[in-house]
Design a protein around this ligand. Structure first.
Ligand code: URA
Length: 275
């Protein structure tokens, strides 16, 4: 068993205990001994001769992040993608999805965008953010100076939330669905090691940080996800619903904060840009 699978096994056991209202965790000595034998990603890095992983903060005093080889990242992401494709932890989602929607982009991306869950277009195409909201996100990414392929895009949920009784429409993921799917996202982030994560909307924030608050209070300031700088901004679907220039400008200002954090030059044209 590899570390991510071991982590997932432990999480599954803990979730089951929570569901059964068990008061104390318990595991046999054999299980505990077996888990102790599994090398952590940090130990694997050291064994491979890489610098130990994490923490990865952009602050001047932070330790240099380990640099996993791109080929290793591709391999590890493919292995998670394979597990996700066969996941049936949420039976209602597994039985209604066309396919899982894992994530897309550069495994070495400096920026990782995290959305909520696939919609109908994403479910059909197997790629996140390809519908109308996705097209707007792609425009935002390009205005920042990146081709879409250079960043990484994923969702908290890898399945389209089902809408019983209706072939159309969307619903937000439930807290339980998010909690169930979250380990996959955590593994993606751990492998990609982006310099900045951008959370798109309140559901993405809840999926990442487990906190709920109005977006007007959350957006436009730096947070942190396990040591990685996290910028929270509006979901592009919100901008499609609310076409007011001031709301669009806010998202663009958030993206300029991201560019500044990455020490990317910002042109005069970009400074004056309105989405
Ligand atoms: N909205 C999301 O949050 N994710 C997608 O992939 C598409 C729309």
């Amino acid at each position: 068993m590899q570390f991510p699978q071991a982590l997932e096994t432990v999480l599954q056991i803990l979730e089951r205990m929570r569901d059964e209202n068990a008061r104390r965790p318990c595991a046999s000595r054999t299980v505990v001994d077996a888990l102790k034998q599994i090398p952590s990603p940090r130990e694997i890095d050291t064994l491979k001769g890489h610098a130990p992983s994490r923490p990865k903060n952009l602050g001047a005093d932070s330790a240099a992040p380990s640099k996993m080889e791109k080929s290793d990242k591709i391999e590890q992401l493919a292995s998670i993608q394979h597990r996700v494709a066969g996941c049936t932890k949420c039976p209602n989602l597994a039985s209604t999805r066309t396919q899982t929607v894992f994530g897309v982009g550069n495994p070495d991306a400096e920026i990782m965008f995290v959305g909520e869950a696939p919609g109908a277009d994403e479910d059909a195409q197997g790629e996140p953010f390809v519908g109308r909201a996705g097209q707007l996100l792609t425009r935002i990414i390009k205005a920042m100076g990146f081709p879409r392929e250079e960043v990484y895009i994923a969702n908290v949920l890898k399945c389209r939330p089902d809408t019983p009784g209706s072939a159309y429409g969307n619903r937000p993921p439930t807290p339980r669905e998010m909690q169930t799917c979250r380990p996959y996202l955590m593994e993606q982030i751990d492998i990609i090691q982006p310099k900045v994560i951008v959370a798109l909307g309140a559901v993405a924030v809840e999926g990442l940080l487990g906190t709920r608050a109005p977006m007007r209070e959350l957006r436009g300031r730096w947070d942190s996800f396990n040591g990685t700088p996290l910028m929270i901004t509006y979901h592009p679907a919100y901008l499609l619903r609310n076409q007011s220039p001031s709301e669009k400008r806010k998202v663009w200002e958030d993206m300029m904060l991201v560019l500044e954090r990455l020490e990317k030059p910002i042109s005069e044209k970009q400074r004056n840009y309105f989405l």
